[in-house]
Design a protein around this ligand. Structure first.
Ligand SMILES: Nc1nc2c(ncn2[C@@H]2O[C@H](COP(=O)(O)OP(=O)(O)O)[C@@H](O)[C@H]2O)c(=O)[nH]1
Ligand SMILES: [Mg+2]
Length: 444
């Protein structure tokens, strides 16, 4: 066979490297090769790795979310019943390891707590949307890592959202419509009528029709069981027509006939959970777990996560095509973003430099002004000081002159006195005469 592929013309050899469907030759095999075991290899690998499935239950407190999960998985998941006194909506997440035959399932059940319990329910959908986005974001971050370990990564993305509708028999509440509308592009919504034993058979038919028409008229996209795989197309097609499923939950086992069955007993009779004439529980279990679990996982990855990833990367500036619709590689986008970033950085740097120079100039001018003022003050003070000094010097000089004059007179007086004492009393008359002329003269 190999010889056949290689012995052809050069065009044939070229065709050998072309992709399947692009002129690739189909060649018969002469004997068993063994690659028909690939599906088995895949199954073995998947079984050894185990599976994970994440369910989100959205619905008002007390609508039977926890009970339905226990009933679906035939076990008792621990958990305290929520109260009606929550100030806001929260999400409670629990992960369990389940085993059936040799297949392991890591099951995460996320349930709303406090949904529908507040007077103002305007923002009730927000924590749910944020939770779903947070799981997508965590996966995206793992994907973007250089060393990613997606095969061991615990994928917490929500695969199915069971939306619990109260069995009012009227129509959907606006809270339900708003919440489903906000979630429908992020998660596979499977609407279910909870506690459907509270509604009569004829009411239920009308209620289902009403709900479906309201969902359609409000453009809410709910999950449709896939009909493209012919092995399940028929059952899925039939089940799509039964949506929303009317379910009943119970973990209580009652003896009916000679069999133990999950049922709810009332004074007027018993309702059997797994009886298709009583409710759609079996249909839900069949569709959710036994037929479409893999499709729900697939849709989550290829539709909802893909949308989140695309929006997120576009938000970050990544694009597949340039403005002229030419393909744009990640490398080019990265380079363009990097250059844009560097350009902005440079512009910011330049702005900061300019601002710094301006500030320095302003400060310099301020300092110069202050210096000038100081000089002027100094000059004023100096002049004042000089004037003062001159005044004091003048005063000193006049005082010195006075002292000198005084000294001269004193000397003259002393001289006179000494002459007087020598001349005796004969001089007294003369002295009196002199005294009259000069009062400064001392007589003693
Ligand atoms: N009538 C009826 N009661 C139910 C059904 N499922 C659960 N319940 C009861 O409703 C109450 C609240 O159920 P629970 O599962 O704790 O509700 P959650 O708050 O939504 O988790 C419990 O007393 C359950 O026994 C049902 O299908 N029909
Ligand atoms: Mg609960």
């Amino acid at each position: 066979m190999e010889a056949e592929a290689n012995s052809g013309s050069p065009e044939d050899s070229w065709a050998f490297f072309q992709r399947p469907g692009e002129g690739c030759r189909t060649v018969p095999l002469a004997g068993h090769v063994g690659f028909d075991s690939l599906p088995d290899q895949l199954v073995n690998k998947s079984v050894s790795q185990g599976f994970c499935f994440n369910i989100l239950c959205v619905g008002e407190t007390g609508l039977g979310k926890s009970t339905l999960m226990d009933t679906l998985f035939n076990t008792k998941f621990e958990g305290e019943p929520a109260t009606h006194t929550q100030p806001g909506v929260q999400l409670r997440s629990n992960t369990y390891d389940l085993q059936e035959s040799n297949v392991g399932l890591k099951l995460t059940i996320v349930s709303t707590v406090g949904f529908g319990d507040q007077i103002n329910k305007e923002d009730s959908y927000k924590p749910i949307v944020e939770f779903i986005d947070a799981q997508f974001e965590a996966y995206l971050q793992e994907e973007l890592k250089i060393r990613r370990v997606l095969h061991t990564y615990h994928d917490s993305r929500i695969h199915a959202c069971l939306y619990f509708i109260a069995p009012t028999g009227h129509s959907l509440k606006s809270l339900d419509l708003v919440t489903m509308k906000k979630l429908d592009s992020k998660v596979n919504i499977i609407p279910i009528i909870a506690k459907s034993d509270a509604i009569s058979k004829s009411e239920l038919t009308k209620f289902k029709i009403k709900i479906t028409s309201e969902l359609v008229s409000n453009g809410v996209q709910i999950y449709q069981f896939p009909t493209d795989d012919e092995s399940v197309a028929e059952i899925n097609g039939t089940m799509n027509a039964h949506l929303p499923f009317a379910v009943i939950g119970s973990t209580e086992e009652l003896k009916i006939g000679n069999k133990m069955m999950k049922a709810r007993q009332y004074p007027w009779g018993t309702v059997q959970v797994e009886n298709e004439a009583h409710c759609d529980f079996v249909k839900l279990r069949e569709m959710l777990i036994r037929v479409n679990m893999e499709d729900l996982r697939e849709q989550t990855h290829s539709r909802h996560y893909e949308l989140y990833r695309r929006c997120k990367l576009e938000e970050m500036g990544f694009k597949d095509t340039d403005p002229d619709s030419k393909p744009f590689s990640l490398q080019e986008t990265y380079e363009a973003k990097r250059n844009e970033f560097l350009g902005e950085l440079q512009k910011k740097e330049e702005e900061m430099r300019q601002m710094f120079v301006q500030r320095v100039k302003e400060k310099e001018a301020e300092l110069k002004e202050a210096e000038k003022e100081l000089h002027e003050k100094f000059d004023r003070l100096k002049k004042l000081h000089q004037d003062e000094k001159k005044k004091l010097e003048d005063k000193k000089k006049s005082l010195d002159d006075e002292v000198n004059a005084f000294k001269q007179r004193k000397t003259a007086a002393e001289l006179l006195q000494s002459q007087g004492s020598q001349a005796g009393g004969s001089q007294t008359l003369k002295r009196d005469k002199e005294k009259k002329n000069n009062p400064w003269l001392c007589t003693e």
